[in-house]
Design a protein. Structure first.
Length: 40
């Protein structure tokens, strides 16, 4: 899966966004957590 990462600075969360379906997103305190949640 290809994804992009954004940082929500107001909440200090990373957001992983699936490039093939941008409605499919996940958040986490670290990039690794966000990507793991995206894969689930």
């Amino acid at each position: 899966m290809k994804y992009k990462i954004q940082l929500d600075t107001s909440n200090q969360l990373f957001i992983a966004i699936d490039l093939s379906d941008q409605k499919h997103t996940a958040t986490g305190r670290t990039i690794e957590q966000a990507v793991a949640h995206l894969n689930n």
